[in-house]
Design a protein. Sequence first.
Lengths: 201, 329
Amino acid sequence: MTPTGSDEERVRVAAAQAGDRVAVDRLLRDHQPAIHAVCRRITGNDADALDATQEALIAVVRGLPRFDGRSRFSTWVYRIATNACLDELRRRRRRPLVGLLGSHEQDGPGALADPADETADSFADDIGERLAVDHALQQVAPEFRVAVVLRDLCQLDYAEIAEVLEIPAGTVRSRIARGRAHLAGHLRNQTELAQRQNPSP
Amino acid sequence: MTDQVTPLSDEELSAHLDGESGPEVGERIAAEPEARSRMASLAAAARAIAAEPVTPLPPATVDNIVAQALAAATEVERGAGGAADAKGVSDGRPPAPLPASGGSGDETGVAPLAPSRSGRGRAAPPAWLVAAVVLLVFAVGAGLVIAGRNGGRQDAAAPTTSKSAASDGAADRSPSATGGAESNQDQGSASAGSPSPDESPTLVPGHGAPAPDPSTTVTGSFAVPAPLWLGLFSTPDALRTELATTFPAQPQPSPETPPTAASIGRCADQVGVTLALKGKPLHQGYASVAGTMVLVYEFASTSFRNKQPTTLVAAVGAASCDPVVTFER
């Protein structure tokens, strides 16, 4: 299989594997934003995302000697990041912060900041939106959440996601669909509750 | 006989969104309003994830975590880490020999900065140390249980929300005075099984019950005021209007059963972590909004508009800490 990815990245990866620390540093900095974005969406909070990002970067460095170039480097990195996030979620289950995990309760979803309020600070609105999406995403089971994040945030195609998660493409298709369906349901519940609590005059 | 057409599944609709379905699916979507509606819902969910940006890490934080990772490389080269962490690599091959550090590139290496946040990159501690720590934690927990049984009134909070908070060190991750108090109090109720019907919540200001002993609601070095009953509101906007300038200072009688310290601490932690707020709430209270119990917090914050110190008020549902109203003064 011909390795894919830019020539520059292939050269940098080879240099990193040969012990070039500058190349390692560059690779980590290039991929850190994507790793952090994935971790933030999967874990749902900044603290766990930072921990998972740190773990992923360390795993990238330690695993560099074994990267054989059969897949794209970014695909390999996403796999590491995903595993780090799932490990973080497992650790979190052992030290529960119930509100962060989400309890699949049906009476929970709350209203966003009142969109009809003309004086609403846009910053507060952004906070409300962020909380709403985070909250809804945390209600989705981890295996579906990961698939949806890799597809809709990272824009990986089904084949790449299958490679990252090491599952068949058909399973990827199913998990993405179920993740989106669950997320849509939770977001709809939040909107409906908001409308009940803020009825139109 | 009428052929019953099987509705398109979410899987087919979702795959069509991603261009991973055949042309016949597109034709059916065009012809079926129900399918179009369902696909719009799935598309909205996909957009919601893509639309919400993830705040990048500050440059200093990036420098730190990259340095930590490079420090791991140093350990690998020195042989201290042994076989590298194989979690992220699944090619099934045995570990390749580690490259010599005398290769091309920067010979000076990178000195590690501050130790890693959780120390997970280091070698495992000796077994005897792990056993000693476990025994110590167990002894402390047993002592708290005994103290709880011999103490005064206990909070009747659900044990599942707090029983592990002290035992596995989660309290040091984002310590909450109320959460810490809850863990101390609930050692008794947790070990005794279901809470006694005679037990009543400790945080009951203005509820007609005797004022709680402050020492049972506050632990650690940070004291958070007991939650205040804020009133009944028909809409979140009404709550926002009430709290637009200040948080009430005086307790008032509450017709509602107050929330437990565990639920207050849980939602406070979630709001604080999600919004990256430093410190504990300055004030906290509870209210009924359109018949739903909400928990309300006031945090010290920095204004997004003018970078000046201000306060941020966040109201969340008591059941699952979902957002109700959030605004900055």
